[in-house]
Unconditional design. Structure first.
Length: 135
């Protein structure tokens, strides 16, 4: 039997004995029980939101540990496409870059291009020096 059921039984007993003072105390007690139940629900909701936030932060931390910064792009281990440095650092968005039509990578969100001077297509590794002179 729960606390609310016990309160209801006490209320019935107080009515049966026609004791208005006990009846009023039981009604007050029931109100406090209902209030505490509402507080419990609110605290449970806050706990769920906090746990969700913790999971999100743990996921972000784990993802961040896999990143390597090369040629102003973030590379995650085993991922063939890099992430936009500006979007990842600024708005915390995990956005893959798109391969450019000529060379390098392009972000469709912030419209910035990366790695176009130092990128070799053959091996997906940055070259130590540019392939051509920059005028």
């Amino acid at each position: 039997m729960g606390i609310i059921d016990s309160g209801k039984e006490l209320l019935k007993l107080a009515e049966a004995y026609r004791n208005t003072e006990i009846y009023q105390k039981v009604v007050d007690l029931q109100g406090q029980i209902v209030e505490l139940s509402g507080d419990k629900v609110a605290m449970h909701e806050r706990l769920l939101k906090a746990n969700e936030r913790i999971r999100t932060l743990e996921d972000e931390a784990a993802f961040t540990k896999t990143l390597t910064l090369r040629d102003e792009m973030y590379w995650a281990g085993g991922d063939p496409l890099p992430y936009c440095m500006k979007c990842l650092e600024g708005s915390k968005k995990r956005l893959h870059l798109t391969r450019g039509t000529i060379s390098g990578y392009y972000c469709v969100t912030c419209r910035d291009s990366f790695g176009d001077r130092f990128y070799k297509w053959e091996n997906d590794e940055p070259s130590p020096e540019p392939d051509r002179e920059i005028v």
